[in-house]
Design a protein around this ligand. Structure first.
Ligand code: OXD
Ligand code: MN
Length: 599
């Protein structure tokens, strides 16, 4: 196959990696349907993919990964900046030269018996001034098909790259060379945990991943490029690369506002992005469900694009009730990983909304399911093209992006944090982002039940540099001359009563909170000033019938005791992590909140 580019730096990089990894063949990807089909055939022939029933789930396939390779590996994820301080207290730092030497050793000959695929991809609409180009080299056909769905792949990208355009080199290998005559034979290729590396070189804008074939470890456009490397680029260039969904909200009169929202993983971002409102005349449409890149437009507003082209969503818990739009999006042309397989060759998972069908069910480990343990892995995923979502917004591919009116932060907080409050200023909003956390159980995370795992801006695993500098960057963004800044809100769908009952029904009913946020942006919302910030009046949200007046009062209560404990926790356990990198403005906000609560 002739080389489809004359970009000297790209050609030189590919040659260097071919010499290092010694694949049997090299293939440049063009993003075509033929190529997708060819990759799937390779995976089927290797025993790694199962075609699903063509009538119920056309052009869809099930993959099962190795039980040791089922999720992002945060403790094997590195920020290799020259100075450890630039990685900061929340990242794993490693010296870049030492790391390169170790990884070169692992990469040497690692693609023997395999084909090296070169995937030119665009994060964001091809040619958008906000978009960035990456090139992933991988030895995994699974990665190629997932990248086809999650990014824009192919010739158009090379055209934009021209002969000397900038790209982020992303090197990936599953770390499982094949001896002559050996094949995968149904065994998911990956390396043992202690030789997996997900490495970022923020100064060189470069990614090297080795040993995992799964999700964010292997689809390098997503968490690695669009968050870790892009956040460092955004710091240097004055924009924001964030772990945020983007949604379009339309009121009954047809007025439109765009909202971005950051929540830690597994707090329902995909569900919120695809929400079906319960309030008459309102419409929510999806621009993105995981990542937002935001840059100032000439009018001073922040314009956001979704850099991705698909959804890599968590399957368990997704049902026609929790997310009917996601269920429609995965009706065809979808890759499923680590879900269960029914005897009718369809998929099933816990929380899909119906009982497992009769007959044999094969669990995510490929064994006949004994109906004792879960059938689908808790982090089982679907990879589906964004355009298949019935709620996709017309603007989702607009190269100019969409103007953001409001930014939401939130997490799972059974206590203390009210259903919604609004920041008094950008600085107060940055403070709220900096203290985001989710309550966890001892069983889940080996921390004391009821304690809060802080996940500032929902970026804890994804910020490519020192989180203290990241807070300062957010504060600086607020000082941009002529900026028309979005309003910042803190939401909490997860409040519980003393008896453990959920106080708020969530899902479609969250549209009531979105409506108040919309009204606040328009200047028509009913609000009161409280020590926490701006909050809705008792009647402003028009509570759903299932929520009593007493529960609504609890949801909107200012919990002084709880907040004073929260402040003490931030002061003693959270902020000290950042040492002198903690911007003084955030401590001022903490003091001011304490003073307002104590007044
Ligand atoms: C994701 C995550 O996969 O946040 O989106 O973990
Ligand atoms: Mn995410």
């Amino acid at each position: 196959m002739p080389t489809p580019t004359s970009h000297a730096k790209l050609l030189q990089w590919v040659e260097e990696i071919v010499t290092l990894c010694r694949p049997d063949a090299v293939q440049w990807c063009d993003g075509s349907q033929d190529e997708y089909d060819q990759m799937i055939q390779l995976a089927v022939a290797a025993g790694l993919a199962t075609p699903l029933d063509a009538a119920t789930r056309p052009n869809s396939y099930l993959f099962r990964s190795d039980p040791s390779d089922v999720a992002r590996v945060e403790n094997r994820t590195y920020i290799a900046s020259r100075n450890p301080e630039d990685a900061g207290p929340t990242n794993n730092w490693i010296d870049p030269e030492t790391l390169k030497a170790t990884m070169r050793g692992l990469y040497a000959g690692c693609m023997a018996g395999r084909t090296l695929f070169v995937i030119p991809f665009s994060m964001g609409p091809v040619g958008s001034p906000i978009a960035k180009i990456g090139v992933e080299i991988t030895d995994s056909p699974y990665v190629v098909v997932n990248m086809h769905i999650m990014t824009r792949v192919g010739g158009k990208v090379l055209e934009v790259l021209g002969t000397d355009g900038e790209f982020v080199p992303c090197l990936h290998s599953v770390g499982k060379p094949l001896a002559p005559g050996q094949a995968d034979n149904g065994v998911w290729p990956c390396a043992p945990l202690d030789s997996k590396y997900i490495s970022h070189f923020p100064e060189e804008r470069m990614i090297w991943a080795y040993g995992s074939g799964y999700g964010g470890n292997a689809l390098l456009g997503k968490k690695c490029l669009a968050l870790r490397i892009a956040s460092a680029q955004a710091r240097d260039e004055g924009w924001l690369a964030e772990h945020m969904l983007i949604l379009k909200l339309t009121n009954p009169l047809g007025a439109v506002r765009f909202v971005a929202a950051a929540f830690p993983s597994a707090c329902g971002k995909t569900n919120l992005a695809m929400l079906v409102p319960t309030i008459a005349g309102w419409k929510v449409e999806t621009v993105g469900d995981d990542i937002a890149w935001m840059k100032f437009g000439k009018d001073g507003q922040l314009y956001a694009i979704n850099p991705e082209a698909g959804f890599f969503g968590v399957a368990p818990g997704t049902s026609s009730k929790s997310n009917p739009n996601a269920m429609s999006a995965i009706a065809r042309n979808t890759i499923f990983t680590n879900v269960a397989l029914t005897s009718a060759n369809d998929i099933w998972w816990e929380g899909i909304g119906y009982e497992p069908p009769a007959g044999e069910v094969i669990d995510w480990k490929g064994k006949s399911w004994e109906r004792k343990e879960v059938a689908a892995h808790a982090n089982a995923r679907f990879t589906a093209p964004a355009h298949q979502c019935p709620a996709i917004a017309a603007e989702w591919q607009d190269p100019a992006g969409v103007p953001i009116s409001a930014i939401l932060f939130g997490g799972r907080r059974p206590g203390t944090v009210p259903l919604v409050h609004q920041a008094l200023s950008w600085q107060h909003g940055v403070f709220l982002g900096s203290i985001v956390g989710s309550e966890v159980t001892a069983a889940a995370l080996d921390v004391q039940a009821g304690t809060v795992r802080r996940d500032p801006f929902a970026m804890l695993p994804f910020c490519g540099y020192n989180m203290g500098d990241y807070f300062a960057h957010w504060l600086r963004i607020g000082e941009t001359a002529g900026a028309q800044l979005p309003q910042i809100f803190f939401v909490n769908w997860f409040r519980k009563a003393a008896d453990g009952r959920w106080l708020w029904p969530g899902y479609g009913e969250n549209s009531r909170v979105l409506r108040w946020i919309f009204e606040q942006c328009e200047g028509t919302g009913k609000f009161v000033l409280t020590p926490l910030g701006i909050m809705p009046t008792d009647d402003a949200l028009d509570a759903p019938a299932s929520v009593s007046a007493a529960d609504m009062a609890e949801l909107l209560k200012v919990d002084r005791e709880g907040w004073l404990a929260e402040i003490a926790d931030v002061r003693s356990r959270h902020y000290p992590k950042f040492g002198d990198k903690l911007p003084p403005a955030l401590l001022q906000e903490l003091d001011a909140l304490q003073a307002r609560l104590s007044a």
